[in-house]
Design a protein around this ligand. Structure first.
Ligand SMILES: Nc1ncnc2c1ncn2[C@@H]1O[C@H](COP(=O)(O)OP(=O)(O)OP(=O)(O)O)[C@@H](O)[C@H]1O
Ligand SMILES: [Mg+2]
Length: 500
């Protein structure tokens, strides 16, 4: 018997115009967490899709559980014992949680009738087993992105597979849910299940990995025990050079107030939020996922109804009722849920880049295509978006590169106020630094920036001030000089009284 539950040898995958995998390897031991690392577009997701038969590898060999395999698709892979949590969720929002869970394998009463009772019961049993607080009857669309992700995790675990692939499973979940996931992973390991884990979060990776494989530009670089590696070694392997200065915040003068938010509320989501935002300032929004940060910026941007309070820009009261109003008032919002509100999958990279500018009439009534193209070109270059051409459909880009296109879209609208909700989620270390540099430059040009981030080093590294929220309330605003990890966590967990 082989030491490995899974071996992928010399896998090649070509797409029209792109060689995504150039002969890569992977060897996974049972009962371990094997992490795949590499920059955006390195080929991690593609390798996994070749494994479970979503893509057919152009060349190469896969040996699973001692046998050569070649799955025709995910259903076959699942039957054989490999399940996958995808990087981009694809829930059916109108249907209940339990139905999403058993989608594609609904328990039947007879040939035509779905057994709803059984579906609900087994969902509840699964949630109980995993200790998840989820309601099988809730409409999927009512869940937060984080909860949807937990459903997805439960789903992957429910197949009792020998290998579970997790492609960036923690990109949208709260810290306590991450701990929960890690406990689930420990349990799986005890049952000798192998987990293939993909993430850009270094601290996580070093906590749970047994083995790490690194890929770069579709090539296999190396595999080693996590114990033999450290963050710097891995980064050097990933980018092929040493990286310094991950948070290049440059000091720049803070100017007059541009945005004033006064006792803003929106239904039950949050209430009584007040703050001022200045020219040249980066205001970080910290808090646990679900604290109401996204809801606050959605309300400012006109995506959510304001039920109390006022918003002023340059001293004038605003009455924003839709994102269009906001854009016309030179406010931009990069949303956190890129699939739901962000990318237009069946459009080109170029179109996705210039999209927000359409309503600003930058391209005139009849659309100046040449200008659209040159704008798109400039920003694709600036942000180092990995795409063969500007005409590529955006859904064919890697997750991180899609995110970069969205960042470009908003940078291009030249807003006075730019709100970014988790701007670097799913983005690799190198590109992260590029985006941080750009944000910093924008502030230097006098733009005002709100940055929601759940990553503490990012909040601390980038913000001039940090606004902290806890369960729909603002618990404090900290100055850059006083903000520390511990203090922010105290405010974020509601362990400090009112504003300091
Ligand atoms: N369906 C497709 N058609 C064309 N090109 C594709 C397709 N899927 C992936 N690619 C290309 O293959 C390369 C590898 O992409 P992949 O999604 O595997 O990267 P990744 O390592 O998962 O990156 P990320 O960290 O951003 O998720 C990229 O250049 C991507 O644009
Ligand atoms: Mg990916």
């Amino acid at each position: 018997m082989s030491e490995y539950i899974l071996e992928m040898k010399n896998i090649v995958k070509e797409f029209p115009g792109v060689k995504a995998l150039k002969g890569v390897n992977l060897q996974v031991r049972p009962g371990t967490v094997h992490t795949l690392m590499g920059e955006n577009g390195a080929g991690k997701s593609t390798l996994m899709k070749c494994l479970i038969g979503i893509y057919k590898a152009t060349f190469g060999e896969i040996i699973f559980d001692g046998k050569k395999v070649n799955f025709a698709g995910p259903t076959q892979a699942i039957k054989a014992g490999i399940s996958m949590i995808h990087q981009e969720l694809s829930p059916v929002p109108e249907r209940p949680v339990c139905e999403n869970l058993w989608l594609g394998r609904l328990p039947m009463k007879n040939a035509v009738m779905v057994d709803h009772a059984k579906m609900r019961k087994s969902a509840q049993e699964l949630f109980d087993r995993l200790g998840l607080d989820l309601d099988p009857d809730e409409k999927m669309g009512n869940l937060t992105v984080a909860k949807m992700q937990m459903v997805e995790i439960a789903k992957a675990v429910s197949y009792d597979s020998k290998v579970v692939i997790m492609d960036e499973p923690t990109s949208a979940i709260t810290e306590s849910e991450v701990e929960h996931l890690f406990r689930i992973i420990e349990d799986l390991k005890k049952k000798n299940v192998a987990i293939i884990y993909i993430s850009h979060k270094m601290d996580e990776i070093f906590r749970i990995s047994d083995d790490i494989s690194v890929y770069r530009d579709g090539e296999y670089i190396a595999t080693d025990r996590a114990a033999n590696l450290d963050v710097n070694k891995v980064i050097t392997m990933m980018v092929g050079r040493e990286m310094t200065n991950i948070f290049p915040k440059v000091e720049c003068p803070i100017g007059e107030t541009v945005l004033k938010v006064d006792h803003l509320s929106s239904g039950k989501a949050f209430h009584d939020v007040s703050f001022e935002l200045h020219k040249g300032e980066i205001l970080g929004f910290a808090g646990l996922v679900g604290a109401g940060r996204t809801e606050v910026v959605e309300t400012i941007f006109g995506m959510r109804q304001r039920t109390g309070g006022k918003v002023y820009k340059d001293g004038k009261e605003l009455n924003i009722r839709s994102p269009k109003d906001a854009i016309e008032n030179r406010i931009g919002l990069l949303t956190e849920d890129r699939r739901g509100n962000g990318i237009v999958g069946l459009q080109s990279v170029a179109m996705n880049t210039v999209l927000a500018n359409m309503s600003l009439k930058r391209y005139g009534f009849l659309l100046n295509h040449r200008k659209m193209r040159s704008d798109a070109e400039e920003y694709v270059k600036k942000l180092n978006v990995k795409t063969p051409t500007l005409e590529q459909l955006i859904m064919n880009l890697s997750g991180g590169n899609q995110q970069k296109v969205l960042v470009a879209r908003w940078l291009l609208t030249d807003p006075d106020i730019l709100i970014m909700d988790e701007p670097t989620r799913g983005i690799d270390v190198g590109a992260k630094a590029e985006i941080h540099t750009l944000i910093s430059q924008l502030a230097g040009e006098g733009k005002a920036i709100i940055m929601i981030s759940s990553e503490m080093p990012e909040v601390l590294g980038m913000s001039d001030r940090v606004l902290v929220m806890h369960e729909g309330e603002m618990t404090g605003i900290l100055d850059r000089k006083e903000a520390t990890d511990e203090l922010i966590m105290k405010y974020a967990t509601g362990k400090v009284g009112e504003t300091a």
